[in-house]
Design a protein around this ligand. Structure first.
Ligand code: ARG
Length: 462
């Protein structure tokens, strides 16, 4: 294995050491960022007179060639991508390549690369979040009148609509989009030029390289800049958090597509069959999204454990931030796309949802509310309705099908006008408080969601 160091060593390292220590396989995923960082560094070396302008322009020319030829030409028998790029540069530009590493270290380089690649990959995630939000909103509009049971404790609580339900997921994604953006905001500071841990005696211009790479500013302490990985933890955490939300949606699709619910039929494109049972339509993709949320969570905890108690200054432990980071980002990206596919192609069984609202006593609160609105203290109304529910169950009656005569039997305190309040449609329409299910409240929520969706970026959690 070819290395950038070795002068002080009499013998080469053990083959196992090379294998155990290499990061080239993972590093290739940010070869471009590594080259971009080097271009900014080389230009700055020329501008500050640390290298001659001619030397700098040779370096830049060679690095730009590497950018255009792509990673295929980079050597693989090396420790890491920094070595690979420098060696390829040597092949292209000759001896001057050995000057590129003036006033820099792999410690500041790798931290710079990681922050740059995070920015790019998170941009992709933000797009995925927007796309899923868009689908949820479109489906929410289409099904804003489709009654379904709303649950607490997984028990029918109060009727809602499918549209209302889908929009709740929209907000979960809005928050995650906002969090993703914030992670990028915090990560977008530049370590380049920190060198190994303590800066350099060369008159470098860290502000210039920071600006050239699109960072907000250089990080004030070289020691902090080379030691910190909290932005990786932030990124792993937000990926895990997003995956948890997606796993909750996935769980819903798994359960709803089963016969007990029968609330949704997933499209063929996202459904798989069984090798033995020909009738099966399995929601495997939803199950995998649900399951792999565990991996994203694991990546966060694994790297948090790695970071715990690490002393200041670069430690090789932190090399292992990247495999988990890439895995979590890939998982989040693919899961967003899969949930998008599942929701977009879902055949919602709205008749079945409406049926499920029948006879479930989920308008009991509306009856109590009606009595309370008529002046009865709510606590008393609650009691009256509780007794009425029990009386109905004993007689095999349901609230939504009571007539005046039966109402007088089960709840003699209630005037017949309250019968209206017992219909599920009416119940949904009646809740006009901000954030409620009523058509005006829903309209307000829907318009706010649409406004946020059309804006570039996320800006606000709500
Ligand atoms: N592969 C290393 C990493 O990802 C690059 C930095 C190596 N620095 C060092 N001093 N060995 O962290």
């Amino acid at each position: 294995m070819r290395k950038l160091w070795g002068g002080a060593f009499a013998e080469g390292s053990d083959a196992l050491v090379d294998r155990f220590g290499q990061s080239i396989e993972t590093d290739l995923r940010f070869w471009r960022e590594d080259v971009l960082g080097s271009i900014a560094h080389a230009r700055m070396l020329g501008e500050t007179g640390i290298l001659s302008l001619e030397e700098a322009s040779h370096l830049v020319r060679g690095l730009e060639t590497i950018l255009s030829e792509g990673p295929q030409r980079l050597p693989r028998d090396v420790e890491d991508v920094h070595t690979a790029v420098e060696m390829r540069l040597g092949e292209l530009e000759g001896e001057v390549a050995a000057k590129l590493h003036t006033a820099r270290s792999r410690n500041d380089q790798v931290a710079t690369d990681t922050r740059l690649v995070l920015r790019v990959r998170f941009d992709g995630l933000l797009g995925g979040v927007k796309r899923l939000q868009e689908t949820l909103l479109a489906q929410g509009r289409r099904h804003k009148g489709a009654l379904m049971p709303g649950c607490t404790h997984q028990q029918h609580a109060q009727p809602i609509t499918l549209g209302y339900h889908l929009l709740a997921h929209f907000w979960a994604l809005q928050r995650q989009g906002w969090r993703l953006e914030n992670v990028v905001r915090v990560a977008n500071y530049c370590p380049l030029g920190s060198a190994a841990l303590a800066g350099t005696g060369f008159p470098i211009d860290r502000h210039a390289t920071s600006q050239a790479l699109g960072f907000t500013a250089p990080i004030p302490s070289a020691l902090d800049a080379t030691s910190d990985r909290s932005y990786v933890l932030d990124a792993l955490h937000v990926c895990a958090s997003l995956m948890l939300d997606l796993s909750r949606m996935a769980q819903e699709l798994v359960v709803w597509s089963g016969p007990e619910f029968g609330f949704v039929r997933l499209a063929d494109a996202v459904t798989t069959g069984s090798s033995i049972m020909p009738q099966k339509r399995n929601p495997d993709m939803a199950e995998l999204v649900r399951g792999r949320a565990g991996r994203a969570l694991g990546n966060w905890t694994a790297f948090a454990a790695t970071m715990k108690a690490l002393p200041l200054g670069y430690n090789r432990d932190t090399q292992d931030d990247k495999p988990g980071l890439f895995e979590s980002i890939d998982l989040a990206r693919d899961s967003l796309a899969l949930v998008h596919l599942m929701v977009e192609g879902a055949e919602w069984q709205t008749r079945r949802m409406r049926e499920a609202c029948k006879g479930d006593f989920s308008t009991a609160t509306d009856l109590a509310d009606a009595l309370a609105a008529g002046g009865m203290p709510f606590r008393q109304a609650h009691e009256v309705v509780g007794r009425a529910v029990r009386a109905c169950i004993e007689r095999g009656w349901t609230l939504d099908r009571l007539d005046a005569e039966r109402l007088a039997i089960v709840a003699p305190e209630a005037p017949p006008e309250v019968l209206e309040a017992l219909k599920a449609e009416r119940s949904v329409r009646a809740r006009e408080s901000f954030g409620g299910t009523g058509p005006r409240a829903f309209g307000t929520q829907f318009r706010r969601a649409g406004l946020l969706l059309r804006r570039e970026g996320f800006h606000e959690p709500y």
